[in-house]
Design a protein around this ligand. Structure first.
Ligand code: ADP
Ligand code: MG
Length: 730
């Protein structure tokens, strides 16, 4: 009897087992079966060589066109006997040279007209693609001649991800041996589910994918295996979700008439219906004796901060502490300033100006001086600080909380799951803090289900009503230099009207950029150089300040503070020339214009984030995307798409469609991506939702999976892979 975890050695022998392990990390029966073909050849169908790329390991079906032997002296070495075999592809036009050194016997086998599979690494020699010492397997002559016979013509050959040492047909031969025992293996998808959803069983799926008789069989196998991937992953996510919900947390029920009420009274605006609804969801979660784990997603400018602030103050009203984790020092400092500003004396408890009904709000970042850091640490540990705001410095070992009730993570896409886990671990004893993560990069529901399948999701759909949307235009500076001149003129107009302007560059200095020739008349695309250029030319007389990640923290703070003051203040700043350090969260309501240089260098979501920095006040915003790309080229088209919509949800879908699967799940999710072979979170959304529904029903009735042992062992197998490591931390 073989099992999913059985060793391959007794089935395949020593040599093949070792080869599979070293080429692909395949060690078990399960591992071998999950090595699916990359594509299939219809016998007789030849490969199109135009698809081949240098450096690739390929297996091609081809026909021998010509065979030459000669003596050569490659690169000054000894004389060798060269066998050059020209092989042709399906189109009849493409040819590839197969070269053998000192192996004249190939001439005996490779006769003109022979067809077969050739495997090797493609390289190029004097401009022609070639395979050096390819492995090959020729089709028997009888079969080629039988080309017209339907039986032969319909035979399908699987082509596996292969290496030069382990070519596709060897893998196919190994899999035929492994498949002999496939009927012994358990099926993670229960029979009733298969029946209801029209899925073939495990053994049939494996035969269908590795040794198909026809294309219908391949399709049925792929569908079933894709379904299984979604089902097993969702079952695991749901199981972990249940485990987390079984964990304990202190319910935090705020006393009425506390700081939340004070905050609401002080806000210069009414909360939107969406903000109130999400606040209610959070309050209900936090009243439970189990930890909240909620994702709040909302487009740039949708007003997430105030929702988080209400939750943090509710925690303080319940007698505990809240921590707010921001991805950059600039953003942490800004959150701190915002809270102090709104709460006034209520945020200064313990100080002369403080109100005793309030709490202390402290900032803790890596750049604090020793004394300030000691004070902040003390305030957190003693419980005196109800709210602690910081960067990743918050996660250092030295930081202790008296009673951490809530962790808020702003701009979650910037943090790894490890970091979130580290902060959660700071709650006292066995109980865990409630956690709220926020992101401005909204993701479609089915992707959220997979990436954040263990989180509850709240969404802020609309922006506060008064906010006028930011208008975006593309400035093709090379094609239309007059547009760029108009842009600089526009900067002066905004400043004259009392507003601030951002100019964003992809780099700090030009030295980092020798890769790109600058077209004549195009401005420098580096912060330092552009600031000089603007001071000396188009923006002479304006107060220009540079801002980037390499400035000392004190200078960053001073720069942001001066910029926030703006043109009306004697020591204000009119124009901030900056890198993307201003990308996330920064909120300067007086800023109305943003000019992004080399905008085509930024991703779609970055551009959307960046332009979210302007038009935050009542005056509306304008964003100009400056590019040297010519209109009609793909980079310019991408910018045009960003200019065409201000809807972050729509843009994130455009962005996702331009990315590859692994990138969608993110570097931190790569483990999870590894467990997905046939399933695409981008294209199989309906299937994922269906499988999740089924998994939910099963886990609701059989939480320990006692009646579903095959599923249980599939989940255990998942847990021992990289995907499992990832899930563990999530
Ligand atoms: P984001 O969701 O991008 O973090 P913010 O929380 O920074 O957005 O809010 C964007 C701006 O909108 C801020 O200046 C904030 O004060 C303002 N704002 C938030 N809620 C409302 C509201 N209900 N009415 C009017 N303005 C609001
Ligand atoms: Mg924000």
């Amino acid at each position: 009897m073989v099992d999913h975890d059985s060793d391959l050695r007794p089935i395949l022998g020593d040599r093949t087992t070792k080869a599979l392990a070293s080429a692909f990390g395949i060690r078990t029966v399960e591992g071998a079966l999950r090595h699916y073909p990359r594509r299939y050849f219809q016998r007789g169908e030849l490969t199109d060589f135009a698809e081949l790329a240098e450096g690739e390991d390929v297996t091609v079906m081809a026909e021998v066109k010509r065979v030459d032997t000669k003596l050569g002296r490659p690169r000054g070495s000894k004389r060798v006997r060269l066998t050059e075999v020209l092989i042709g592809d399906a189109t009849g036009r493409g040819t590839l040279r197969a070269t053998f050194f000192n192996q004249p016997w190939h001439v005996e086998k490779l006769k003109v007209g022979a067809r077969g599979l050739f495997a090797g690494r493609v390289n190029s020699f004097r401009g022609t693609l070639q395979l050096v010492h390819p492995d090959y397997e020729l089709l028997p002559r009888a079969l080629i001649d039988a080309d017209s016979l339907t039986e032969f013509a319909s035979a399908i050959i699987p082509i596996y991800p292969a290496t030069a040492k382990m070519p596709s047909w060897r893998i196919a031969a190994a899999l035929e041996l492994v498949l002999a025992g496939v009927d012994d293996l358990s099926d993670p998808v229960p029979e009733a589910v298969r029946r209801d959803h029209g899925l073939v069983d495990f053994a049939a799926a494996m035969r269908g994918i590795h040794t198909p008789r026809d294309h219908a069989q391949i399709a049925a196998a792929q569908h079933r295996l894709r379904w299984e991937e979604a089902f097993v992953l969702q079952a695991e996510l749901l199981r972990r979700r249940a485990a987390r919900r079984a964990g304990s947390a202190v319910p935090r029920k705020p006393s009425p008439g506390g700081l939340v009420a004070e905050l609401d009274a002080r806000l210069p605006f009414e909360l939107t219906a969406g903000q109130l609804a999400v606040s209610e969801e959070i309050a209900a979660d936090m009243a439970q004796p189990h930890p909240m784990l909620r994702l709040l997603q909302g487009d740039v400018g949708s007003g997430k901060t105030v929702v988080a602030l209400r939750a943090m103050l509710a925690t303080v009203d319940a007698g505990a502490q809240a921590a707010l984790l921001a991805p950059t020092e600039v953003l942490a400092a800004q959150h701190h300033a915002t809270v102090l500003d709104i709460l006034g004396p209520l945020a200064l408890k313990g100080q002369i100006m403080g109100d005793a009904r309030g709490t202390a709000v402290v900032l803790l970042t890596g750049s604090l001086g020793a004394r300030a850091r000691r004070q902040a640490l003390l305030a957190a540990a003693s419980g005196e600080a109800g709210i602690v705001i910081g960067t990743h410095a918050l996660m250092s070992e030295a930081v202790d909380f008296a009673d951490l009730g809530l962790v808020v993570v702003d701009e979650q896409h910037r943090f790894g799951v490890d970091q979130r886990a580290a902060l959660q671990a700071k709650a006292a004893g066995d109980s865990q803090p409630h956690t709220l993560v926020m992101t401005a990069t909204p993701i479609p529901r089915t992707i959220a289900m997979t990436v954040f399948g263990d989180l509850d999701v709240s969404t802020l759909r609309e922006r506060p009503a008064h906010r006028s949307a930011t208008v975006t235009h593309v400035v093709p500076a090379v094609a239309r230099p007059d547009f760029l001149e108009r842009a600089w003129q526009r900067v002066r107009e905004e400043v004259a009207a009392g507003h601030q302007v951002y100019v964003v560059c992809p780099r700090i200095t030009e030295d980092d950029a020798s890769d790109r020739p600058v077209p004549p008349g195009y401005p420098p695309a580096a912060v330092v150089d552009l600031a000089e250029f603007l001071r000396a030319g188009p923006l002479a007389g304006l107060r220009i300040q540079v801002m980037h990640g390499k400035l000392p923290p004190a200078e960053k703070d001073a720069a942001m503070a001066a910029f926030a003051l703006g043109p009306s203040a004697p020591d204000g700043v009119d124009v901030l020339v900056s890198t993307t350090v201003v990308e996330v969260g920064v909120d300067v309501p007086g800023a109305t214009l943003m000019i992004i240089i080399d905008a085509d260098r930024f991703g779609v979501s970055s551009l959307h984030q960046l332009r979210g920095r302007v038009g935050r006040g009542d005056a509306g915003g304008l964003c100009l995307l400056v590019t040297s790309a010519l209109p009609g080229t793909p980079p310019a088209e991408r910018l045009a798409a960003v200019a065409a919509t201000d809807d972050g949800f729509a843009l994130s879908e455009i962005d996702l469609r331009n990315r590859r699967e692994g990138d969608v799940l993110g570097a931190n999710q790569s483990g999870r991506a590894n467990s997905l072979r046939l399933l695409s979170v981008l294209t199989h959304g309906d299937l994922i939702a269906e499988a999740r529904g089924v998994a939910e029903v099963i886990l609701a009735t059989d939480p320990g999976l006692r009646d579903h042992p095959a599923l249980l062992s599939a989940l255990d197998r998942l847990a021992t892979t990289a995907a499992g490591d990832f899930l563990e931390k999530a």
